[in-house]
Design a protein around this ligand. Structure first.
Ligand code: AMP
Ligand code: MG
Length: 486
């Protein structure tokens, strides 16, 4: 058997999940199997590359030791609370424990209906499967905490979306699938006993140091706040827009989860959104920090009964914890963005310099990834043209470049260039390339999908054979909207 499962979630009380098996598909075919990830997780590759494993990863056969289940959770979606969400198209097969003791969920997405499916078919079209594979693995290569892609399978069945489309099953790996919404499920039902079980389980699995704290639940809250505040800053360093930061899509482990209408920005604008359903700009690029805080406030509310027996004191603990968010997020953002312009441990003046650059990029409709990467080339070669030509209106950037050079006058140039080159990627999963890979996939050609995955394995390294993947989209290639993976 490829997997050696040890299923701690299945051992939790019945209220946490519904036991349910995947529904078989007609004619499964493996599109891509992540050997590297399998090796990291101690999964037996030879056995994973077998017809039996294909059957397991398509949901046609149950692996030995698998205790399949759909997790219960609620969530605030675009600000409105839905008490009854849960895994409607995902099934947890089981957990594997990596050699260092870190436990990982192996979950199928698109594997058929569950008791949480409501009107949904529990399936996924091929496009969202390929998208999540590409983007989650790119995020991992970029160094961002994230769920991972173990496999993408074509089902041989069609699903009804905008017409009939080929279906797929995605195998997601996560340190866990516990979300803010999982806590909300029990809080909404005033089931404080289960809430405590969930909090204790989360602490043991993700924040073991909190077990020894005076108030373990306060420590849990602090820990989740810190990881989320830093995670969102990390996204922003790379121009990433999550797109659907509902509380059911925020993992308490601090991993990025749920790659639906996500996108990396091409031209910079702080108010940029991509999601076709985000009409108010709730999840716009520059709103991700404030929304993270809003989501964590909902998390803190669920913990109130655990934080203190005295409700006033419980609220005081929650408020004190939440007050730390802005500082942690801002400090991390400052550190990451000043590094992008070659400055280690930047201060407030350096942050102002960053803001000046971002303002020039907004006005000049400049490509986020290209500008930052080419800044290191400009520093190296003293050739500003490589940067200024990326701007529609070069006046502001010409001025900015001279201020920046003055700031770096005393800084070791090689070190600054090296810092910038490990902070500013050459390759991101550009939307038009992702769409191109998906369109080819729907035509049965997975070569562009595989190629894109290969390029994105080394995002910080120039790869001369793949320069076309660096380029910003031409006007007719620009992707303006992305869609949920439903
Ligand atoms: P998401 O947009 O992935 O965050 O999903 C929001 C909720 O809708 C979750 O409870 C999903 O399980 C559910 N859902 C999304 N797509 C489907 C589908 N095709 N079938 C059943 N449930 C779905
Ligand atoms: Mg979701």
């Amino acid at each position: 058997m490829p997997f050696r499962f040890d299923n701690s979630y299945a051992r939790l009380p019945d209220a946490f999940f519904a036991a349910i098996e995947p529904t078989p598909v007609s004619a499964p075919e493996m599109i891509r199997l992540n050997h590297r990830l399998a090796t990291e997780l101690g999964i037996d590759i030879a056995r994973l590359d077998s017809p039996e494993s294909l059957a397991i990863l398509a949901g046609n056969q149950l692996a030995n030791g698998s205790e399949p289940l759909a997790m219960a959770y609620s969530g605030h979606q675009f600000g409105g609370f839905s008490p009854q969400l849960g895994d409607g198209r995902a099934i947890l097969l089981g957990e594997v424990v990596r050699h260092d003791g870190v436990r990982h969920d192996i979950q199928l997405k698109g594997s058929g209906q569950t008791p949480f499916s409501r009107r949904g078919d529990g399936r996924s079209a091929l496009g969202p499967v390929l998208r999540e594979y590409i983007v989650s693995e790119a995020m991992a290569a970029l160094g961002v905490p994230t769920t991972r892609a173990l496999a993408a399978v074509a089902t041989g069945d069609n699903v009804l979306r905008e017409g009939l489309m080929p279906g797929g099953v995605f195998t997601r790996v996560a340190q866990s699938h516990i979300r803010i919404g999982t806590f909300q499920w029990f809080a909404a039902r005033k089931d404080h006993d289960s809430l405590k079980v969930l909090a204790d389980y989360t602490i043991e699995r993700h924040y073991p140091e909190a077990q020894h704290a005076e108030n373990p639940y306060r420590d849990l809250l602090d820990g989740v706040i810190e990881r989320q505040a830093k995670l969102i800053a990390h996204w922003m360093q790379l121009g990433f827009i999550h797109g659907v930061m509902n509380t059911d899509n925020m993992a308490v482990s601090g991993e990025t989860i749920d790659y639906g209408p996500c996108a990396f920005m091409d031209a910079y604008h702080p108010a940029k959104t991509f999601s076709s359903i985000d009409h108010q700009g709730r999840y716009a690029f520059a709103n991700q920090g404030p929304i993270g805080h809003w989501n964590l406030s909902r998390f803190a509310e669920t913990l109130l009964p655990l934080l203190d027996d005295d409700p006033t004191q419980a609220v005081a603990e929650a408020v004190a914890a939440l007050d730390a968010f802005a500082d942690i997020h801002r400090t991390e953002l400052q550190k990451r963005f000043t590094a992008k312009i070659g400055i280690n441990d930047g201060d407030v003046d350096d942050w102002n310099l960053v803001e000046g650059l971002l303002a020039a990029m907004t006005d000049g409709e400049a490509d986020f990834t290209l500008v930052f990467r080419h800044l290191s080339d400009a520093l190296d070669s003293r050739d500003d043209e490589t940067v200024t030509r990326l701007f529609d209106q070069p006046e502001a950037i010409v001025e900015w470049l001279s201020v920046w050079r003055a700031r770096l006058y005393d800084v070791d140039r090689d070190q600054a260039v090296a810092l910038m080159r490990r902070t500013n990627p050459v390759f991101i999963p550009r939307n038009h390339r992702v769409e191109e890979a998906i369109a080819a996939g729907y035509d049965g050609d997975f070569a562009p999908f595989h190629r894109l995955n290969e390029v994105l394995q080394q995002p910080f390294t120039a790869q001369p054979e793949f320069t076309e993947y660096e380029a910003a989209p031409a006007d007719n290639e620009v992707v303006r909207a992305t869609f949920c993976g439903t």
